[in-house]
Ligand binder design. Structure first.
Ligand code: AMP
Length: 188
């Protein structure tokens, strides 16, 4: 099973991915987490992407595609991958389709978490207080939303044309959203 949790920053992708990991034993593949881990470890990659992350811009497609490629066998062995924060561009989505096809598999479902902008800004400002992420300042949050609408939202018609897109209201409680995601996945 390969599912994409899709939506703007702060729409709950990470939270819901972790629930699916706990409930279904699948593997969460979050490129944001991988990049932050590289930065924390002080690797050459981490140093290269640091300023880009802090500005709320996207790192290059090649970098994130390679990070995902390396982790696919692990997800396959677990019986499922939950892509979280990837793909973020049409080129990334096309590369993912190719990578999975080479392994005899495919994206099964894309769950789009729908949350209005003002709620997103509030959630991310709160996350900044709780976790102290450098890219959760209000100015960077607004840029990340702009980047989402400019570069990532065009994936919605892409997934829709593939017949894989399922919309889920991401505004409810964590449990309510989890139940709606489960219904979207099990309805397949
Ligand atoms: P996230 O935790 O998913 O919000 O990602 C944090 C930051 O990492 C983003 O603002 C980007 O700078 C970078 N990033 C994460 N995933 C990707 C991706 N798929 N493509 C490009 N940049 C990414």
């Amino acid at each position: 099973m390969n599912i994409i949790l899709f939506g703007p920053p702060g729409s709950g992708k990470g939270t819901q991915a972790k629930r699916l990991v706990a409930e279904r034993g699948w593997v969460q593949l979050s490129t944001g987490d991988m990049l932050r881990a590289a930065r924390a470890a002080g690797t050459e990659l981490g140093q290269r992407v640091s300023a880009i992350i802090d500005a709320g811009e996207l790192v290059s497609d090649e970098i994130v595609i390679e990070l995902i490629r390396e982790r696919l066998p692990e997800a396959e062995a677990a019986g499922g991958a939950i892509f979280d924060g990837f793909p973020r561009t049409v080129a990334q989505a096309e590369a993912l389709d190719t990578l999975l096809q080479e392994r005899g598999s495919a994206v099964d479902t894309v769950v789009e978490l729908k949350v209005v902008d003002e709620e997103i800004v509030q959630r991310l400002v709160k996350r900044a207080e709780d976790e102290g992420r450098a890219d959760d300042t209000e100015e960077v949050i607004r840029n990340r939303l702009k980047v989402y609408y400019d570069q990532t939202a065009p994936l919605i018609p892409f997934f829709s044309a593939q017949g894989k897109l399922k919309e889920v209201d991401g505004m409810g409680s964590m449990d309510g959203v989890a139940a709606a995601i489960a219904a979207a996945l099990d309805d397949k």
